[in-house]
Design a protein around this ligand. Structure first.
Ligand code: NAI
Length: 695
């Protein structure tokens, strides 16, 4: 008998308990153990079999250590079918997270019971594949097309209560999975309940699956896996069970060989690797109880909301009582959203806004804070003033953080007597929604301060990426470059609308000009003014159309007009007719004859600019590894997850061809297109960015 599945006979019930920590993943020994256990139960004359997991969860899915290795039998679909075809009654008792193969085992059982906190789902599409052990064949038989379509194509986790309503579960009982499972199995024996194999239930009547396929593909902006999973559901409805299982297998195998799967698996591992830094090994973070936030504008209010929602107490400093009240209003507005979505109760809402949040105008209120995040205006002099005050007030060991987007953290730290305690914590807007946090490590930042930044990010449910100091850190620096590339394409003949369309077709949630309208055109305007004042490189190209839009009061969505006209609402954008004449005037003033760009060239140049700057960011050590860049773009900039991130995309494209393009464009514009030394080095050595992730 396998060690990871223990066998015990209690009266008429054979108990198969999984003991494969940490998550009872369905590795080879577990699969074999389940088959052996069912056989032994049948031989020993049991009447029912109970399957459950010891430790924190039922089977949480496949064993990721087996990814990429040749599969070894018994395969999961066969294990499921062996469970289902047993003449005994099979009960699964769920707790923790029954995901993927875990839920498929439960679906192959005849009855399903769970504790109230159990969660379940078929998240395969999130890593570019689809259920492959009967999920698409059994779930529609059990709960119908619409509900299974939602569960399978979203990959989302379903809580026990909802699962009961959907018909995935038969029963919810609070307690230990072993105890509730045993009681349920006994109840079924006593009631002489029949076996209930889902495969023998009638399949739902077919619907227009071609239309469903197209709709799902469109919704996923080109993401294949959920659309292909629709074909699996189709097979369930149109084919006998065994043939449906074969078809599911074929579809699964098709997805295994796609670039999208490679991209998604890369994203999956990259986001787990991002917080694992050798410099933080064994370094304990500092205390994180009382948090201060300075400035309650867009960002300060969002950061405070996110911190409150993660259970932290906040003291927020504003410039005047009026501004403090306005900040509270913004926070309450954010929390209203959480209340509406059922994420918090009215009592919690009250607690967070009235008790956990303290407003103040005097910095003295921060004297006991463990960590303070500054989110005041993006002006070096204002930041320096704030940090001088913090240095005077805060207790020794308090972490002093800035949310600056671009400014030099070293320069800010230098105004304090404790630069080792100063760090950048760069949140993204809206900060209570966006998951990315750049943890910007300055020259003198202490390791335990960095660890505290990661601990805060963890508490707030963020994906934290370590970045070094430079203009814009990882994300905004790369953004500036690919935005510049897009701006240059506009000067040379493309329109903002063609560029947005081409990049949205590539898979970006929004094109760069729609994003600019959302963020506010005044932000880029301020940056351009600062750069011009600092003295731009004479080789850089400049333009005025974007400034003119701002001078006319068009700051994007917040003023109802930017590159697009939003008079019909923020979701229905149409081109602003003032834009093209401004662009044409710029071209004429610079003596440019506009040329035609294909969508393909737009994507190629935009992506090459992104990759080239990203390679510089890694080469200079601003990002420690290529995967840090990938995660930054995925979580902060709407990069399509199924393409893995810009550097994974570059690897899959082939680095030599990309470098050839960049080199050829450098003939016309050697300043902007100067190839990144790291890219040249990788091409010369025949290596990839992913090789660096593994070094
Ligand atoms: P904002 O203008 O909405 O808010 C700034 C707030 O700070 C105002 O409410 C102001 O009253 C307050 N304030 C100014 N000086 C203060 C002082 N000395 N003491 C206390 N309060 C003070 O600006 P926003 O957009 O929230 O930006 C804040 C910071 O966050 C900037 O450094 C910005 O670069 C950065 N950031 C902005 C992002 C965005 O998308 N808006 C994204 C990430 C970072």
């Amino acid at each position: 008998m396998s060690e990871v599945i223990s066998y015990e006979k209690i009266g008429d019930i054979a108990v198969l308990a999984a003991n494969n920590p940490p998550v009872n993943a369905l590795g080879l020994a577990v699969r074999q153990g389940l088959v052996d256990g069912i056989e032994r139960a049948e031989k020993e004359g049991a009447r029912a079999v109970l399957i459950y997991g010891e430790g924190r969860t039922f089977f949480a899915g496949a064993d990721i250590r087996e990814f990429g290795k040749p599969p070894v039998g018994p395969f999961l679909p066969d294990v499921c079918s062996r469970i289902e075809s047993s003449p005994l009654i099979v009960v699964s008792a769920l707790h923790g997270t029954a995901l993927g193969g875990g839920l498929e085992i439960a679906l192959a059982s005849h009855y399903r019971i769970a504790v109230p906190k159990a969660r379940m789902g078929l998240p395969e599409v999130l890593i570019g594949v689809m259920p492959g052990a009967g999920g698409t064949q059994r779930l529609p038989r059990l709960i119908g097309i619409d509900k299974s379509l939602d569960v399978i194509t979203s990959g989302r986790q379903v809580g026990a209560k909802e699962a009961l309503k959907l018909g995935i579960l038969d029963k919810i009982v609070d307690g230990e999975p072993r105890e509730i499972g045993l009681a349920y199995a006994q109840e079924l024996i006593d009631a002489n309940a029949p076996r209930r194999p889902v495969s023998e239930m009638p399949a739902p009547a077919p619907v227009d699956f071609d239309a469903l396929y197209d709709a799902v593909l469109k919704k996923g902006r080109g993401l294949l896996a959920p659309a292909v999973a629709v074909r699996g559901i189709q097979a369930c409805c149109e084919l006998p069970f065994d043939e449906g299982m074969k078809r599911e297998r074929e579809l699964f195998a098709q997805l295994m060989n796609t670039d999208q799967r490679q991209g998604l698996i890369h994203a999956f591992f990259a986001e787990r690797a991002v917080g694992k830094l050798p410099e933080l090994e064994g370094v304990a973070p500092r205390a994180l109880n009382a948090i201060g936030v300075i400035g309650g504008g867009t960002m300060g209010a969002g950061i405070a909301t996110s911190a409150l929602l993660s259970g932290l107490k906040i003291t927020l400093i504003e410039m005047s009582p009026k501004a403090a009240e306005a900040a509270k209003g913004r926070i309450a507005g954010n929390l209203q959203g959480a209340l509406k979505r059922g994420k918090i109760s009215p009592e919690t809402f009250e607690e967070l806004t009235e008790k956990a949040l303290t407003l103040a105008t005097d910095y003295a209120a921060l004297k006991d804070a463990d960590l303070v995040i500054e989110a005041v205006f993006e002006e070096m002099s204002v930041k320096k003033d704030v940090f001088t005050k913090l240095d005077a007030i805060c207790k020794p060991g308090a972490v002093l953080a800035s949310n600056t987007s671009y400014l030099d953290i070293n320069e800010i730290a230098a105004v304090t007597s404790r630069p080792a305690d100063v760090i950048g914590l760069h949140f993204f807007s809206p900060a209570h929604v966006m998951k990315l946090l750049e943890i910007v490590v300055a020259d003198k930042t202490a390791a335990d301060v960095v660890a505290t930044g990661f601990a805060l990010g963890g508490k707030m449910g963020k994906v934290s990426v370590r970045a070094g100091v430079c203009d814009g850190f990882i994300g905004n620096r790369i953004l500036s470059t690919y935005r510049t590339c897009a701006d240059y394409m506009i000067l040379d003949g493309a329109s903002p609308y063609q560029i947005d369309k081409a990049l949205e077709e590539f898979g970006f949630a929004m094109g760069p000009y729609a994003v600019a309208d959302l963020a506010g055109l005044d932000i880029g305007w301020a940056v351009r003014k600062r750069k011009r004042a600092e003295g731009m490189n004479p080789q850089a190209r400049d333009f005025t159309y974007a400034d003119k839009l701002c001078e006319d009061g068009h700051f994007g969505q917040k003023t109802g007009m930017g590159y697009y006209d939003y008079s019909a609402g923020p979701k229905s954008r149409v081109p602003n007719p003032e834009v093209m004449p401004l662009i044409e005037a710029d071209r004429a003033a610079q003596g440019i004859t506009p040329r035609v760009f294909t969508d393909e060239e737009i994507v190629r140049r935009y992506m090459a600019a992104m990759v080239n700057e990203a390679a510089k960011v890694v080469g200079e050590g601003i990002a420690k590894r290529p995967l840090d860049v990938d995660v930054t773009l995925l979580y902060g900039y709407g990069f399509p997850r199924y393409r893995g991130g810009p550097l994974k995309w570059a690897d899959m494209q082939g680095l030599p061809a990309l470098l050839d393009d960049i080199t050829s464009w450098a003939e016309a514009d050697g300043y902007f297109w100067a190839p990144a030394p790291l890219l040249e080095q990788l091409v010369a050595e025949g290596r990839s960015f992913d090789d660096l992730n593994r070094d």
